[in-house]
Design a protein around this ligand. Structure first.
Ligand code: ADP
Ligand code: MG
Length: 731
């Protein structure tokens, strides 16, 4: 039988290798091996910088044997062989106990693979795997560029290299690989054919080969991904839904009449867009991206009011209890008697606003669920508790997901599934995301953007307070905070950790109210533990902020307690709130003007931007102080300076993407052994992704769509069915 992309690897490579590849690298079929690209290419004499290897890394290095020394061990019987290998730039020890490796002769070149360990002061591999390059008899090893593959303990880089070679021999070249990309598209963009690109990426002769092959293979990734997303958008657009057209004299008019401000142009424009889409009998799927404080809530509320006016129910899903409670409170406040239909002082033409969270007592929960089920609750606000079984809607017309970055698509879909017919969906996020990430992660949604902040905002002045370089500045920071409080304002002091029993930085709350776990600084575990809410609050009470009304807020408090403390802060009773990142998302207390972030270096760029957003919400000028021990000249110091230097969320999002691994952006599945995006970089390939998106949309709209391109259709089906594509949902 001829080899095809779907042939089992075991058939080509033998059962043993096939099994090892499947088990340790998740490579099952020929297609998988061909798409398992080298991580890099080693050349003889290259500076592999052995010195840069981190203890614990699993690596493959190309090096030459320098010295071989065997000696009897003192502490136990047997011999120890130390082999020193080097590559010109550095040296490293290989250690073997009781094993002689005759082939390891001075001067021999080879690939050495193992986990980097440390002994005394030097790095070493204990019992590494190695493969010596024997020269002319092995054509593979005579190549100028030796591919180094992502490998595992059981399948080394050279086994993969040999396997690719075997595959080539068995199939007489990669001629059997059909190119899924339409010819005209390839010509338009000057791309290699797939067989040529695969040959060049696995067995390149020059660095140019690698580059051109990479260019072409990135196209596969970008186009197929965008086709999956474009197909989803098209399918969604065809789903039957229920039209919820705008009516007059109802809740929406009441909301508009009650607004204490006029809408910004952006809010109006997005409002019109939503109103029109809600009026269609196909469900809306829209992402509303808006700067922190741009006023997304009122846009959502107006959409919800329209749906209620049209006879449906609207659900608002929030990531934390604090935020859900705040939304319910402010919506009820805005609707006044219209939010209390059925109550004594309520307006019978209105509806009920119901809050449904995990902390509701059984009786209250039953009542809330009943109001959701019989339709008397037009607006339902809640946390994950909304998604549970037993929460049944009479007629769910609109799902709003606030701060989507805290949720996955499964959760969005779980709520969506509670409609009799697919409801309209509005997803909101304040985390500005670079365009390419939006196109990829949210590629199945249409996007609206609110760039403008409501006018009359005082803005925020941000500074870094580098306590190592300028210790006196911290005193000045507390003075500034006191001045603001004296002027009637309020302040947040945010710390990375709660304190008392918790250790380390793994300061996570109960899942429902997860505090954002501070970013771990790679390899900096020798730092002191991060500052804790409870300690800092204590120190402030007794020291620089003595006499002020200080309270704490963190995820270890009960939801009722949190809600009560949040309320006390919102009402001005509490002047200074020392908190974890529970206040990160969405919390809205316009009178708060100071945000002091302690150990600011422990937070990510986007997180800091979100935190700062808490004090940019009123007419008073906000002040954000990023307190850190990081030196101004370090990378961390400069990252903080960048945050202080701009309030443009989109610029910061880019910076964030640059400083984090892209895998973190795309979600956990991305960092696993396999990922759908192997070569494509969301940061560097922005143009390619945008072009591929346009091509994908065009392709689906032309002629028979995918049906005209069976090769592409197969790839798209494979990706869509592939559970590894779940990274799309996890972001
Ligand atoms: P975010 O987009 O971050 O969720 P919010 O919806 O919480 O922002 O709005 C931030 C604050 O701005 C709220 O206090 C809200 O009442 C207020 N706000 C919203 N729209 C306007 C507007 N057009 N003019 C003035 N204030 C507004
Ligand atoms: Mg919000």
């Amino acid at each position: 039988m001829p080899v095809t992309l779907d042939t089992d690897l075991a058939r080509v490579l033998g059962a043993k290798t096939g099994k090892a590849m499947a088990e340790s690298l998740e490579l099952y079929r020929v297609r998988d091996l061909l798409r398992h690209y080298p991580r890099r290419y080693a050349t003889r004499g290259e500076m592999t910088r052995l010195d840069d290897l981190q203890v614990g890394d699993r690596v493959t290095v190309l090096a030459q044997v320098r010295r071989v020394v065997s000696r009897k061990m003192r502490s136990r019987p047997g011999t120890l062989t130390e082999v020193t290998v080097g590559d010109g730039a550095g040296e490293m020890q290989l250690v073997f106990f009781n094993r002689r490796h005759g082939q390891l002769q001075q001067g021999a070149w080879g690939l050495f693979a193992g986990t980097v360990g440390q002994y005394r002061n030097s790095k070493q591999f204990a019992h590494p795997d190695f493969h010596l390059i024997t020269g002319d008899d092995d054509e593979d090893w005579a190549r100028a560029l030796i591919p180094i593959y992502p490998a595992s303990k059981d399948v080394s880089s050279w086994v993969i290299q040999k396997s690719v070679r075997l595959l080539l021999d068995a199939s007489g070249g990669f001629g059997f690989v059909e190119d899924p990309l339409p010819e005209d598209l390839r010509t338009r963009h000057g791309l290699l054919s797939l067989p040529a690109a695969l040959l060049d990426i696995h067995r390149p002769t020059t660095a140019d080969d690698v580059e051109r092959a990479g260019e072409r293979l990135k196209w596969d990734e970008a186009l197929i991904l965008q086709l999956v997303l474009a197909a989803r958008r098209r399918a969604a657009a065809l789903e039957p839904g229920t039209a919820r057209p705008r009516g007059s004299g109802g809740l929406l008019d009441a909301v508009d009449a009650a607004l204490p401000f006029s809408l910004t142009e952006g809010q109006q424009a997005v409002g019109e867009e939503l109103a029109a889409e809600l009026s269609r009998d196909h469900p809306m799927h829209r992402l509303l991206q808006g700067e922190v404080g741009s006023g997304k809530t009122v846009v959502a509320l107006r959409a919800m009011a329209q749906v209620v006016d049209a006879g449906g129910q609207a659900a608002l899903l929030a990531p934390t209890e604090v935020l859900a409670a705040q939304h319910a409170r402010s919506i009820a406040g805005m609707l006044g008697p219209l939010a209390r239909a059925g109550e004594l002082d309520g307006d019978p033409t209105g509806t009920k606003v119901v809050l449904l969270t995990g902390s509701l007592k059984a009786v209250a929960r039953r009542a809330a669920r009943a109001a959701v089920a019989d339709g008397s609750a037009g607006i339902v606000v809640g946390t994950h508790a909304l998604l549970q079984e037993g929460v049944d809607f009479a007629d769910l017309g609109l799902v709003v997901v606030d701060e989507q970055h805290r949720f996955g698509v499964e959760q969005r879909d779980a709520l969506r599934a509670k409609g009799n017919r697919p409801p309209h969906v509005l997803v909101m996020t304040a985390t500005p995301i670079p365009r390419t990430v939006a196109m990829t992660v949210y590629g199945d949604l249409e996007t609206s953007v609110l760039r403008q902040l409501p006018s009359g905002r005082g803005g925020v002045a941000s500074s870094v307070v580098p306590v190592s370089d300028k210790p006196a500045w911290l005193d000045r920071a507390w003075e500034r905070l006191r001045e603001e409080v004296a002027a009637g304002r309020q302040a947040y002091v945010v710390c990375p950790r709660i304190g008392e029993d918790d250790t380390g930085t793994a300061d996570t709350d109960a899942p429902e109210d997860a505090d954002g776990a501070p970013e771990k600084g790679g390899g900096e575990d020798d730092r002191r533990p991060p500052l804790a809410v409870l300690d800092v609050a204590e120190a402030l009470r007794e020291g620089p902020l003595a006499g002020l009304r200080i309270d704490v807020l963190h995820g270890r408090l009960t939801p009722e307690d949190k809600e009560a403390r949040m309320r006390a802060f919102a009402s001005g009773q509490t002047q200074v709130l020392v908190a974890t990142t529970v206040v990160e998302v969405g919390v809205d207390v316009p009178n708060a003007t100071v945000m002091v972030v302690m150990d600011a270096d422990r937070f990510g760029v986007s997180q800091l931007h979100q935190l700062r957003g808490r004090v940019a919400r009123g007419r008073h000028r906000g002040l954000c102080l990023l307190v850190t021990e990081a030196r101004e000249t370090t990378a961390t110091g400069q990252r903080l300076a960048a945050v202080a230097g701009t309030s443009d969320g989109f610029e910061l999002a880019r910076l964030d993407l640059e400083t984090r691994r892209e895998g973190d952006v795309l979600g956990a599945a991305q960092s696993g052994k396999r990922s759908t995006l192997r070569l494509l970089s969301l940061l560097e390939d922005e143009e390619l992704i945008a072009t591929a998106r346009a091509e994908a949309t065009e392709l689906l709209a032309t002629g028979g769509g995918l049906a005209d391109h069976p090769g592409l259709a197969a790839e798209v089906a494979a990706l869509a069915a592939d559970e590894r594509a779940t990274y799309l949902e996890k972001a």
